[in-house]
Design a protein around this ligand. Structure first.
Ligand code: CP
Length: 310
C-alpha cells in the first residue's frame, strides 16, 4: 500500500520502512533541483510553529529557513522560559493551543516520548526535533542524505559511531535506520556510554553485524563513515561522572593517517572538542556540509507532510 504522507507526524525512525526512508532522500534531491520561485509556492498558505523546550542552533534554524524558503510563516519560541510552560501549562494544553495557530508543529523536548504525547493530542502534524536521549529522526534523514551524496549509496557501508552512544539521540535513530541497509556498524564508546541494549537487540534481530570498541584507532582503517558525537553533558545527573568521560575521544589528523581515502567524517554538531579544528580542512570532513543538507531534507519533509510536494 502506498504510504500517505499528507498529515503524517514524524516521531520516530522506527515508524519508517526502508522504502519510505529512500523516498525522503529522493524527495530531498528533487527539492534541491526545484527553483526558488516554485519552492516559495509550496507552503505559501501554511503556518509552521517551532516549539523548542531545549536549546538548538541547527535544527531550529534549518527548519525555519527551510519553511521560509517554501513560503510558510513561522511562529514559536526558542526558549521555553518565554512560554507559559513556566507557569505550569502542560504539554497537552500547549499543543491544544498551538494547533489553533499552526498547520505543522516542530518540537524539541527534554522528555523522551513527548512528541508522541503531542501527536496524540492533535490532528495537526507533529515533527520530533529531538526528544531527550531518545530520537532525532530528521537528523537521521540528513545524515543518510549526506552519506548518499558522498558515497553514492547507503547500503553495505562500514559505519563507525563514536562517543556518547548511551545518551546520543542522533546515533540511536541512525543505528536503527542503518539496519535497513545492510551496513556493518562499529560502536566506539566508553564502557559506561555504550549503545542501549534495546537498539543492539533490534540490530541482532535484523541480522546486522555490529561490534563494540573503546578506541577509535581500532576501527579507522575499515571505516567508510566515522560519525563523531559529543558527550551529552546535560544528560548526566552527576557532574563527576561527566568529568570522567568528557575527553574520551578527540579526533586529530594523526589518528586519520590510516583512514580510507574516501572516509567521510560526520558529526551532528555542536562539537565541544571531539574533533580538532585542524581536521576541518581535510576532504574527509563533511560535518558542515551535513548541517547544510538539513535544508533540502527538511524542506522535503515539510512539503510531504503538508501535502504540497510537487
Ligand atoms: N544537530 C543538532 O540537533 O543540532 P542542534 O542541537 O543545534 O539543533
Amino acid at each position: 500500500m502506498k504510504p500517505i504522507w499528507k498529515g503524517r507526524s514524524i516521531i520516530s525512525i522506527n515508524d519508517f520502512t526502508r522504502e519510505e526512508i529512500i523516498f525522503i532522500l529522493e524527495s530531498a534531491k528533487k527539492m534541491e533541483q526545484l527553483s526558488s520561485e516554485k519552492k516559495l509556492q509550496l507552503l505559501k498558505d501554511k503556518v509552521v510553529a517551532t516549539l523548542f523546550f531545549e536549546p538548538s542552533t541547527r535544527t531550529r534554524l534549518s527548519f525555519e529557513s527551510a519553511a521560509v524558503q517554501l513560503g510558510a510563516k513561522i511562529i514559536g519560541f526558542a526558549d521555553p522560559g518565554s512560554s507559559s510552560a513556566t507557569k505550569g501549562e502542560t504539554l497537552y494544553d500547549t499543543i491544544r493551543m498551538v494547533e489553533q495557530y499552526a498547520d505543522v508543529i516542530i518540537m524539541r523536548h527534554p522528555r523522551e516520548g513527548a512528541p508522541r504525547v503531542a501527536a496524540d493530542a492533535t490532528q495537526k502534524v507533529i515533527i520530533n526535533a529531538g526528544d531527550g536521549a531518545n530520537q532525532h529522526p530528521t537528523q537521521t534523514f540528513l545524515d543518510l542524505y549526506t552519506i548518499k551524496k558522498r558515497h553514492k549509496r547507503i547500503t553495505h557501508l562500514n559505519i563507525a559511531l563514536v562517543g556518547d552512544l548511551k545518551y546520543g539521540r542522533t546515533v540511536h535513530s541512525l543505528a536503527i535506520a542503518l539496519s535497513h541497509f545492510g551496513c556493518t556498524i562499529s560502536f566506539i564508546s566508553p564502557e559506561s556510554l555504550r549503545m542501549p541494549s534495546s537498539i543492539c537487540e533490534e540490530l541482532t534481530r535484523k541480522k546486522i553485524a555490529y561490534s563494540h570498541y573503546e578506541k577509535i584507532e581500532e576501527v579507522i582503517p575499515a571505516a567508510d563513515v566515522l560519525y563523531m558525537t559529543r558527550i551529552q553533558k546535560e544528560r548526566f545527573g552527576d557532574p563527576m561522572e561527566y568529568d570522567k568521560v568528557k575527553d574520551s575521544y578527540i579526533l586529530t589528523r594523526e589518528i586519520l593517517h590510516h583512514a580510507k581515502k574516501n572516509l567521510t567524517i560526520l558529526h551532528p554538531l555542536p562539537r565541544v572538542n571531539e574533533i580538532e579544528k585542524s581536521v576541518d580542512d581535510l576532504s574527509h570532513a563533511a560535518y558542515f556540509e551535513q548541517a547544510g543538507n538539513g535544508i533540502p531534507v527538511r524542506q522535503a519533509i515539510l512539503a510531504l507532510v503538508a501535502g504540497a510536494f510537487p
